[in-house]
Design a protein around this ligand. Sequence first.
Ligand SMILES: Cc1cc2nc3c(=O)[nH]c(=O)nc-3n(C[C@H](O)[C@H](O)[C@H](O)COP(=O)(O)OP(=O)(O)OC[C@H]3O[C@@H](n4cnc5c(N)ncnc54)[C@H](O)[C@@H]3O)c2cc1C
Length: 510
Amino acid sequence: MPGIERAIEKDLGWLRTSVTEADRVTYARDLWPRHHLAVRAGHVAIHKPGAVVWPTSTEDVTRLVRWAYENDVKLVPFGAGSGVCAGVLPTHDVVVVDLKRMDRWRSFEPTGPWLDVEAGHMGVPLEEKLNRRGYTLGHFPSSILCSTSGGWVAARSAGQCSGQYGKIEDMVLALELVTGTGEPVSLQRRAHGPSLLPLVVGSEGTLGIITSSTFRLHPYPSARAFAAWSFPTTEHGWEAMREMFQLGLRPAVSRLYDPFDAMLAKQGKAKSPKKTERKAPGLGALALRQMLKRPGFVNDLLHSDFGGKLMGGAMLLVIFEGQDETPQTHIRSARAICERMGGVYEGEGPAQNWLKHRYSVSYRQAPIFASGAFVDTMEVAARWSQLRGLYDAVRKALGEHAFVMAHLSHAYPDGCCIYFSFAGSAATDTNDRSWDEACERTYDRAWRAALKAAVEAGGTIAHHHGAGRSKAPRLAAELGAGLGVIETVKRVFDPKGIMNPGNLRPIEGR
Ligand SMILES: Cc1cc2nc3c(=O)[nH]c(=O)nc-3n(C[C@H](O)[C@H](O)[C@H](O)COP(=O)(O)OP(=O)(O)OC[C@H]3O[C@@H](n4cnc5c(N)ncnc54)[C@H](O)[C@@H]3O)c2cc1C
């Protein structure tokens, strides 16, 4: 570390930099839930970087990367740190590059309409500024409050309205990247021949630093239409979703909850979490820990036909948006499909309620960690024909270690994403000191089993959270020989391997 400190002092005087303990602790991690277990165990920042820097322009980034290239210094790009797969896990010899001081609009073209925006722009102010001009980007990840435009592109993000506007890769028309040699390159969406743009979308900081992206925009919707249906089973619901997308309907939002998740959604608005003390767990926390020690029993009960009926079945929420009467017309078509597939109309309320609280749910993990348990999410995808197999396999694999529920919220004509939420705890009673380590073991076992099951069932190991370091070991199983292509691309863009080493690819230095 002193080496980096000295080098930074000597060479980077023109750049805002920090080697203070507070900044190095702040940038030691992203929001990978396994980190929360480590923090709970008292290991606050074992992965501190050597330094943090804040460039303000592409020129700054270019100069910085050239310096890093010449001096063999490793760099980790940092958006807002909302990643959940250990995409940011620096070591003492790494410089973290926070892009958030790069948030200018470089060019806005209303007739496009498109926007070229720097990579560090935060999500909510970006969308609000567009809305004031009569436009929307159409990208609403649940983390919109704590993620950046560059982070979305780097992690290949999906927003809640992906049904209508697509994933981030459908929105990017061009981007600017400073490669691992410090060369700025502009990549465009191309109308003919091979396109390089898709190589960088989803590269998770391993090829270079994205400094700006040009996004397609849409007119701000003037009208919305809402509906919800309950279905006897989750499969009945996804058959209705499949039919909608294959017949050409594009609901901005279509969210199908399995019976347990539906029961939570029906409870209505998100409640403020109660404060829970970790060191003296209350009765509720103890009960939760006990229940999660036997997840198999709880899963079997809740996911049985009897449990499904008791909870009122699965529930599908749909929102169409657009101009004038179009959303209402589309919702009538959706209603005909859902009712033909056995859905019972539940009115507009559940979908309106969801919209009102659309960003609340994801931030409710803290009380579960505070009670001594853990919670995480896993998003996988497959073609429709493989969905049943994927759903059963991953749910079974996770269910042996944790309590599992699921919803489906990103659908396409050819397939769908399944989003599992799972909560677990240590498998056996143990004293307080080793409790967190025991939780980590359960957590690792659950992930290993689920990733294996996803690949074996013909699904992907991720849909929009990226692979990071946490899923990298299974990437080869999904990509096969394709991993070699990624290695080759990496060598071209980043020959010295200084960009986010260890991320996305399990093997470095080849
Ligand atoms: C509560 C919560 C809800 C979430 N909901 C969603 C959701 O609905 N949809 C979704 O897609 N994701 C979701 N996520 C995951 C996360 O928000 C996304 O992966 C997001 O795209 C990360 O953006 P960020 O700016 O925080 O990037 P970071 O976490 O800072 O970085 C993510 C990865 O990209 C790299 N990176 C960041 N910026 C750049 C850059 N400019 N150039 C090159 N590499 C870069 C980093 O090195 C890292 O590997 C959620 C996360 C949380 C905590």
